[in-house]
Design a protein around this ligand. Structure first.
Ligand code: PLP
Length: 403
């Protein structure tokens, strides 16, 4: 009998969204006439922009003609898209070579797959709470994880502790689930810490496009020295509604190098290239044309319009938190609002309370780490009408007797 990877036994049960679905289904059965508003799952609700759809049609037509048909493409992505991403980075003042940009089917795969490049012996530092993929993929590999606490005291933006060593550091900014976003000074500290520790930062900027404060960095490469120690992951999922279309990109700078104990030099960029060429056959041509359309002037205009729609919802939710005196983060540079559960409830108790009394669904913070036990996530991914109604019900709920 083959020996299975026993590290899988160390994974915590991933029941968050299935448990949410189960409880909502039970509620529907019990109260079929009540309307439920879902502000839980982090999936977009608006359709693809017109420019993107046109690009898909044009690319599909090309694929149907012998003279423009394409088979396997480059594993790293077509030049037309890598150049469009390079130009996007230049708008933040970041200069990249196109061979440092790798197109992928999304940030989830890449944040997980990158673990292939690192030794099992590395210590991995992961914020709590955070997007659960970082913890689960490193657990599958049997790596030692140290958690850094995001709490109300540090505005859910944990900073480096010089007394703790890490080899790999995950940073998600703007953060899922807390919506908190690191500023330049804070990222400077993380880059300094990584350089001092010969560590690599895995920087997830999947929500970069939601940053509205002009002084907040969109990319870790806006910090000098990051090109020597940081890999960056981004995605069109939330930027342009690509959650179902699937396209992301990962930047692996050529300056990230290491030397083995017997003096052999290794380049993370070359390793990632090799890994992708071995295990990945590229993103469909049609999808890459759609992605390139996002970076066109018209495509960006459409993406900004979608983001403005979601951010109006985020503002409505954040304003409700302020008016009701609830402690919260996010909602300004992020589609997520993370708040402390009222009435001293834990996050699953509050989930049931809000579902049963108000017919509003959110995501219990416990699903994102220990520090989320008494916190809750709402998302801006819905219509304005539903968001307004959900916040009306939420405000009313806070004025009821919870007993
Ligand atoms: C922080 C973070 N990174 C990555 C992803 C996954 O993005 P993609 O759809 O590109 O796989 C998500 C999706 O919710 C996310 O929240």
């Amino acid at each position: 009998m083959a020996k299975f990877n026993e590290n899988f036994l160390d994974l915590k049960e991933s029941y968050l969204f299935s448990e949410v679905a189960k409880r909502v289904a039970a509620f529907h059965q019990k109260c079929p006439d009540r309307t439920v508003i879902r502000l839980g799952i982090g999936d977009v609700t608006l359709p693809l922009g017109k420019t993107v759809v046109e690009a898909i049609h044009t690319a599909a037509d090309e694929m149907g003609r012998a003279e423009s048909f394409r088979g396997y493409g480059p594993e790293q992505g077509y030049d037309f898209l890598r150049e469009a991403i390079q130009a996007h980075y230049s708008t933040f003042g970041v200069s990249l070579d196109t061979d440092e940009i790798f197109v992928s089917d999304g940030a989830k795969s890449d944040t997980g797959n990158i673990t292939d490049l690192f030794s099992k012996e590395n210590t991995v530092m992961i914020p709590d709470p955070v997007y659960p993929v970082y913890v689960d993929t490193n657990t599958m590999n049997g790596r030692n994880i140290v958690f850094i606490n995001g709490t109300a005291e540090n505005d859910f933006l944990p900073m480096p502790d010089r007394s703790v060593h890490a080899d790999i550091i995950y940073i998600c900014s703007p953060n899922n689930p807390t919506g908190a976003c690191y500023n330049r000074t804070q990222l400077r500290e993380w880059v300094d810490y990584a350089l001092e520790n010969d560590a690599v930062i895995l920087f997830d900027s999947a929500y970069e496009c939601f940053i509205s404060d002009s002084d907040l960095p969109h990319s870790i490469y806006e910090i000098d020295g990051a090109e020597k120690c940081a890999v960056e992951f981004c995605s069109l999922s939330k930027t342009a509604g690509f959650t179902g279309t699937r396209c992301g990109y990962t930047v692996v700078p050529k300056a990230i190098r290491s030397v083995t104990s017997d003096g052999r030099e290794m380049s993370l960029n070359r390793m990632w290239n090799r890994r992708q060429c071995t295990k990945f056959n590229g993103v469909p041509y049609i999808v890459q044309r759609a992605a390139a359309a996002v970076f066109s002037e018209e495509g960006m205009k459409e993406a900004r319009k979608m983001i403005a729609h979601y951010m109006e919802n985020a503002r409505i939710i954040a304003d409700t938190m302020k008016q009701t005196g609830i402690s919260f983060t996010g909602g300004i540079n992020s589609p997520y609002i993370w708040f402390e559960c009222p009435f001293g409830m834990n996050s699953w108790e509050f989930f049931d309370f809000m579902l049963e009394r108000a017919g509003v669904v959110g995501t219990p913070g416990a699903g994102f780490g220990e520090n989320g036990t008494h916190w809750f996530r709402l998302t801006a991914f819905n219509s304005k009408e539903n968001t307004v109604e959900a916040m009306r019900r939420f405000t009313e709920l806070l004025n009821t007797d919870p007993s």
